[in-house]
Design a protein around this ligand. Structure first.
Ligand code: MN3
Length: 207
């Protein structure tokens, strides 16, 4: 079955003023939609056409070489954005609680230290990519990937490995209309829309 663009779980303007309506319209309706279209194009008639998105991303090294590049970029893009929309919510933000909060404190010292490290990793990603909180072998780690690579692709390919719990898109298309060159301000604003209940769900599943 062809891959499909998931509906946004909220209205385009629901994350205002932190993420603006125009950015959400273009980001979901144009950028994410293009990843889905181009993924389907790359997969058409190939031996991995019937694989799930998760199988394609985790098994990227086994995707036939003639389509591996486009599947890596567009399959990664589809996975990353589908995950990203759910990680944000209107009237969200606040701080993590329960097991997740304890694991963040254990790994990074405090929630504030975690935020500083996550922001620094996002600012430090040269060009386009993502910053991630991952569960890797029972430990929480922060890392970043280039382009549309995903930690599930593994260290050899993505330079980062583990199960994504939280991810933030640091491509300019994610913030330029509102924040222009100020990626740091966008990363600070991101905390106001993080859906910690969804992150906690991913953490519970990864354990
Ligand atoms: Mn994006």
């Amino acid at each position: 079955m062809a891959h499909e663009l998931p509906a946004l779980p909220y209205a385009h303007d629901a994350l205002e003023p932190h993420v603006d309506k125009a950015t959400m319209e273009i980001h979901h309706g144009k950028h994410h939609a293009a990843y889905v279209t181009n993924l389907n194009k790359a997969l058409a008639g190939s031996p991995v056409e019937s694989q799930s998105l998760d199988q394609l991303v985790r098994g990227i090294a086994a995707v036939p070489e003639n389509i591996r590049g486009p599947v890596r970029n567009n399959g990664g893009g589809h996975w990353n954005h589908s995950f990203f929309w759910k990680l944000m919510a209107p009237k969200a933000g606040g701080t993590p609680t329960g097991d997740l909060a304890a694991a963040i404190n254990a790994a990074f010292g405090s929630y504030v230290d975690f935020q500083a490290k996550f922001e620094a990793a996002g600012i430090g990603r040269f060009g386009s990519g993502w910053v991630w909180l991952v569960a890797n072998g029972g430990k929480l780690e922060i890392c970043s990937t280039a382009n549309q690579d995903n930690p599930l692709m593994g260290k050899a390919i993505a330079g980062c490995e583990g199960t994504p719990l939280l991810g933030c898109d640091v491509w300019e298309h994610a913030y330029y209309l509102k924040y222009q060159n100020k990626r740091a301000d966008y990363l600070k604003a991101f905390w106001s829309v993080v859906n910690w209940a969804e992150v906690a769900k991913a953490y519970a599943a990864a354990k």
